[in-house]
Design a protein around this ligand. Structure first.
Ligand SMILES: [Zn+2]
Length: 432
């Protein structure tokens, strides 16, 4: 299991790459791609997926009997990192007229900034390549690109230049967080040529044909199993590829005769989900309508199924911290390797209701699956995730679940290996 998760994390280096990875796994398991702009022609026992703007996706399976209700899951494809700006190349001149080459970035989501210092970093995302139809400015194609090498690094300031560093340092996002990529090289203003020259050659693309880009800086660190008991896994991007991984495997391996199993993967959770491909978009509802239409079912049947259905919003949760236990709720302690987590909040920043939780607890106890409950400490606001957002678009009973993590939003996060197995088993039973 952990090797497959490691592989998925290594391949999912931008939201576009996450979707590319999920599509490849689904295709290998006989799922057929449907085009978002075409009518869907669906059959019972069919397995399908729809790519949404390259960074979100909805996959589903149809039972032998198409009637029988829906079971939904959702997760997110993005992660906190840095996004490369336009005109990104900065030549930091020194006295001799040459110097470091820096890349101008902005912060994406809420990373713990200092965890990005002194690490081998790489860059990946998508390029838009000029099409051949000169009369049509919309005739352009996108390609995915990944430098796959440590082409970037953000160096720390030496302790001798900042004696107060161990008292805590505020890092400025524009000044302190820019990665360097070279020293004393020939000036090129083109960030694509600078970071991806090998790849452009490999793909036979001229840099003048690259019209625009969406590129992210990612942590190239390899994941590693840690602990004398080998019970933990430390890796970049556990938030939220652990959920994407479990959700995809469960959809593939579940065995259900009736109704629809649907897995939704949304981009932009880390920046609030309010984009065309985010969970706050109507896209999930529009695609649900197309699925029901494609199955020859009415809109009314869809509404009835939604009101009767269930959605699990899967995202990571906070485990109690060994050195700062006072930051957690006094009576609900979530531990690594003690099972998946149901997230509960009076403000409904985590979606939950007692009937949904009751159903989950029954599935768990009947299948020997460990689970824990998380609530925020009352004087800490905590986070928000997909459940509250997507359940306002699809008004279906929604519960937020996920595996517990330490170091959430660090460039390297820590999980319990048993919890991931637990989550995947739970989701497979849920879908079956
Ligand atoms: Zn997350």
């Amino acid at each position: 299991m952990i090797n497959n998760l490691k592989k998925m994390i290594e391949q999912s280096v931008s939201p576009f790459h996450t979707i590319d990875t999920v599509k490849r796994i689904l295709s290998e398991n006989d799922f057929k791609e449907l085009q978002i702009g075409e009518d869907f022609k669906l059959e019972s026992m069919g397995k399908y997926y729809i790519d949404i703007y390259d960074s979100s996706l909805i996959a589903f399976t149809v039972g032998k009997n198409i009637k029988g209700g829906i079971r939904l899951t959702s997760s997110h494809t993005d992660f906190p990192c840095f996004k490369i700006k336009p005109n990104a190349v900065i030549f930091a001149e020194n006295n001799s007229g040459s110097g470091y080459v820096k890349i101008n970035t902005e912060v994406y989501g809420g990373p713990i900034l200092n965890t990005w210092l002194d690490r081998p970093l790489s860059a990946a995302g998508r390029l838009v390549i000029k099409g051949t139809d000169t009369a049509n400015p919309f005739d352009n194609k996108t390609i995915l690109i990944d430098a796959k090498k440590p082409v970037l690094i953000i160096p720390n300031l030496a302790i001798h230049m900042n004696r107060e560093v161990n008292k805590g340092v505020e890092l400025n996002r524009q000044k302190d967080m820019l990665p360097i990529t070279a020293c004393n090289i020939k000036k090129t203003k083109d960030v694509i040529e600078l970071l991806f020259s090998d790849k452009l050659k490999e793909l036979a693309i001229k840099s003048e044909d690259v019209l625009d880009y969406e590129l992210y800086v990612y942590n190239l660190d390899e994941g590693s199993i840690v602990g004398i008991d080998e019970s933990m896994y430390s890796s970049p991007r556990l938030d939220n590829l652990t959920s994407v991984f479990a959700q995809t495997n469960a959809l593939i391996n579940a065995d259900r005769d009736n109704g629809l199993n649907i897995a939704m993967y949304f981009d932009n959770e880390e920046i609030g989900s309010r984009t065309k491909q985010g969970a706050a978009s109507d896209i999930s509802l529009l695609i649900m309508e197309k699925i029901y239409e494609g199955l020859g079912m009415t809109r009314n049947e869809m509404i009835n199924d939604l009101l009767d259905g269930m959605m699990l919003s899967i995202d990571v949760a906070h485990a109690i911290h060994p050195n700062s236990p006072e930051k957690s709720d006094p009576t609900n302690h979530v531990m690594l390797n003690k099972g998946m987590v149901i997230k509960i909040s009076a403000s409904q920043s985590y979606s939950n209701d007692a009937l949904g939780i009751a159903a989950i607890s029954r599935i768990c106890s009947e299948n020997n699956i460990e689970y824990q409950k998380f609530v925020n400490k009352s004087d800490m606001p905590g986070g928000q995730t997909l459940g509250a957002v997507s359940s306002t678009v699809l008004p279906v009973r929604t519960i937020d679940i996920g595996i517990p993590l330490l170091s959430m939003h660090s460039s390297r996060e820590l999980m319990g290996i048993k919890d991931e197995k637990n989550l995947e088993k739970f989701l497979t039973v849920y879908y079956s």
